[in-house]
Design a protein around this ligand. Structure first.
Ligand code: SIN
Length: 343
């Protein structure tokens, strides 16, 4: 199993060093021959996940279609930048592409993205796609311009489950549990509504924090749980399916505008295809991880009854109204009407 690589240099130092390199090379492009450049794609998960494999597909497509003129270098597992500094690195020109989870956009000034974190809001991934692949999703991506970012598209991982060193089947099971969360106010509110204490930690720090007992539990789709080796430090996984995890792929305006129109089209098309591929394999990657987990004796897997799910759903209802108040009811109304539309 791959593990995040520890870095000797501090993150801040790495951002600045990377930015200096980017500036020296001109808009983050490292020129080797006329027209040749490298796209650095940084993400925080393992390679054998939906996002990791979609990044690989993007790399293969770009390199093949540019006949090797454009190189894509992928830095998985927060090897280069992690949750705390990746957006800053992108804005400074130290990397060209990121694919943060949608939950991480709230903290950088896009709270409307946190609607994807609402617990028990989306019945299935097909309905999430009505938003991500529809007008509302486009409106969200367009807003990224305010931070000099360009949104290249959305991608699914899947539904999250709760893990800890005890089953989490009823709200009372959560009381007093310190639960690692992403930097999302909606997820924090969800954990508080369940009686747990939310602790925001970078993804790359999560397994270590679980192992050290700094936190008791967490939430993630099985593909992330398994590929981080969280089964080695959590005795119970409860199949709550309470929330969605997906991604938005972003680049910086500075990099995007420096591309020639034909390179921009090449990169956009390759990304569209890579994201479609990622969406196609997300379910199977989660099922593959789930099958592996079922064969692992150290973690008990608990299916919830319909009654248990209903009670959890009831316990977190207040979170929906809280977000509507914060981002304006309009976003939630539009999301609800996309979900209810008959197709
Ligand atoms: C990811 O899938 O990119 C990480 C999710 C998390 O931080 O829990």
């Amino acid at each position: 199993m791959t593990r995040p690589i520890a870095h000797a240099v501090s993150r801040r130092h790495a951002v600045l060093a990377g930015a200096a390199l980017g500036l020296a090379a001109g808009s983050g492009r490292l020129r080797a021959a006329p027209g040749a450049f490298t796209i650095r794609f940084s993400h925080v998960v393992a390679e054998d996940t939906p996002k990791g494999l979609a990044a690989r597909r993007f790399q293969a497509l770009v390199q093949e279609r540019s006949a090797g003129r454009i190189t894509v270098t992928i830095y998985p597992e927060a090897q280069l930048y992690g949750d705390h500094d990746e957006v800053q690195a992108l804005q400074l020109g130290a990397v060209e592409i990121l694919a943060p989870s949608l939950s991480k956009f709230g903290r950088i000034g896009f709270p409307e993205f946190e609607l994807f974190d609402l617990p028990y809001f989306f019945p299935d991934v097909a309905r999430v796609r009505r938003i991500t692949q529809g007008a509302l999703g486009q409106r969200m991506l367009a807003r990224l311009e305010r931070q000099r970012l360009v949104g290249l598209g959305f991608m699914d991982n899947g539904f999250k489950h709760m893990s800890a060193n005890r089953p989490l089947l009823e709200a009372t099971d959560f009381v007093g549990q310190r639960m690692r969360i992403q930097a999302s106010r909606v997820i924090a509110a969800q954990m508080r509504a369940l009686g747990a204490q939310p602790v925001t930690l970078a993804f790359s720090e999560t397994r270590r924090a679980l192992a050290a007992g700094v936190v008791d539990g967490t939430e993630n789709p099985v593909s992330n749980f398994w590929t981080q080796g969280m089964q080695e430090v959590q005795t119970d996984l409860s199949l709550t399916e309470h929330g969605y995890l997906g991604y938005a792929v972003v680049t910086s305006q500075r990099f995007w505008q420096a591309l020639s129109p034909s390179d921009r089209a090449l990169v956009r098309d390759a990304m569209e295809q890579a994201l479609a591929f990622g969406n196609q394999i997300a379910d199977t990657q989660n099922e593959k991880a789930f099958a592996a987990l079922r064969g692992y004796a150290g973690t008990r897997i608990h299916a919830l009854t319909a009654g248990q799910k209903d009670r959890l759903r009831g316990a977190v209802q207040s979170v929906h109204a809280g977000l509507a108040q914060r981002i304006g009811a309009d976003w939630l109304d539009q999301a609800r009407s996309a979900l209810q539309r008959t197709e």
